[in-house]
Design a protein around this ligand. Structure first.
Ligand code: NAD
Length: 331
């Protein structure tokens, strides 16, 4: 099938060309993000392959169906960016990669947490300038802390296993409790109880209308002073304004984020020569206790292999008329 890739980066191209070399599909790689202006690039293709910040709303879906696109192959797990009702209306099917190395994301969440708690980002810069002073580098142990995990799906589970290895008490909230996690020692509680009792909170649930701004002024009020908040899931799980206020009042002790509410216009681009117009991320970057990475939690060799092979399998299954096990539908 002829596949148009949007938001393509070098690592996407490399992994699809490597793991897709034996497939019969034809690839067109476009750097452009999918939006109202770029949607016409899909002309002449049968499938589009898109990533987390490609806008797929009603207008785009209507255009895609007019162009003759029958399948959208998301090369990611989350699908909050797709208007599934409109996809149904215009007869465009949507598949995703439900799990690709959940450890990649869970390990990155832990990397952010460890960096913040041991200030290795500051130590790295100091030592490079021959400054071997330890003043201001006192950290805290993770061992013995109570960690709250919101969402114990594939990534949340991997995060719980790592937390267990570090000797933490683990509390969790999910709509569905996992027996496997209970056997690991994870204690499921109501959301507010998890918020109240966790010294470290890590978000691993999807972005849905119910979870949008799950972390807001009210929920932050319930959390203990100095709470450490880690978000590697989706930016809009967190009300950024409320988080900035909580950082100013020291309610939040450390904030580590790999995702950001307005990341669509910023992340995955080199803006080093430009003036950032986004006031909120600029403000976040002024805090010494905030660490931001640009949606890179998924970016490991293992995950890229899994993303490419599953995406291509999804497309081949569609071509053969098989049941699409990774399809997502409006209901
Ligand atoms: P998953 O579907 O395996 O697990 C999600 C879990 O969240 C499920 O157990 C589900 O029951 C739970 N959940 C759903 N609604 C909830 C709610 N209202 N409250 C509490 N729990 C709820 O998904 P996953 O593979 O573990 O991925 C989780 C999220 O991580 C994705 O939705 C995506 O947004 C994000 N993600 C980020 C990156 C990155 O690079 N930063 C990469 C992959 C995934």
């Amino acid at each position: 099938m002829k596949i148009a890739f949007f938001s393509t980066k070098t690592y996407d191209k490399e992994s699809f060309l490597t793991y897709g070399r034996k497939s019969e599909h034809e690839f067109s790689f476009f750097d452009a993000q999918l939006d109202y202006k770029t949607v016409t690039l899909a002309e002449g293709h049968e499938v589009i392959c898109s990533f987390v910040n490609d806008r797929i709303d009603e207008y785009i879906l209507k255009k895609l169906s007019q162009i003759g696109i029958k399948l959208i192959a998301l090369r990611c797990a989350g699908y909050n960016q797709v208007d599934l009702q409109s996809a149904k209306k215009y007869g465009v099917r949507v598949v995703r990669v439900p799990a690709y190395s959940p450890e990649a994301v869970a390990e990155h969440a832990f990397a952010i947490l460890l960096t913040l708690m041991r200030k290795t980002h500051k130590a790295y810069n100091r030592v490079r300038e021959n400054n071997f002073s330890l003043e201001g580098l006192t950290g805290s142990n993770i061992h013995g802390k109570t960690i709250g995990v919101i969402g114990t799906g594939a990534i949340g589970k991997a995060f719980c296993r790592i937390s267990k290895g570090f000797g933490c008490s683990i509390l969790a909230y999910d709509l569905h409790q996992s027996q496997e996690m209970k056997e690991l020692g994870v204690q499921y509680l109501e959301l507010n109880e998890v918020l109240k009792k966790s010294q470290i909170l890590s978000l691993h649930c999807p972005l849905t209308p119910e979870t949008r701004h799950l972390i807001n002024g009210h929920s932050l009020g319930i959390m203990p002073n100095g709470v450490i908040l880690i978000n590697t899931s989706r930016g809009a799980l967190v009300d950024t304004k409320a988080v900035i206020k909580a950082l100013k009042s020291k309610k939040i002790g450390f904030l580590g984020i790999d995702v950001y509410e307005q990341e669509e216009h910023i992340f995955f681009k080199n803006l080093s020569e430009e003036i950032l117009e986004d006031e909120q991320i600029s403000r976040l970057m002024t805090f010494p206790n905030v660490l931001i990475t640009g949606h890179q939690a998924f970016l490991t060799h293992e995950a890229l292999e899994q993303i490419a092979t599953t995406t291509l399998e999804n497309i081949s299954s569609y071509q053969r008329g098989d049941v699409l096990s990774n399809e997502i539908k409006a209901d």
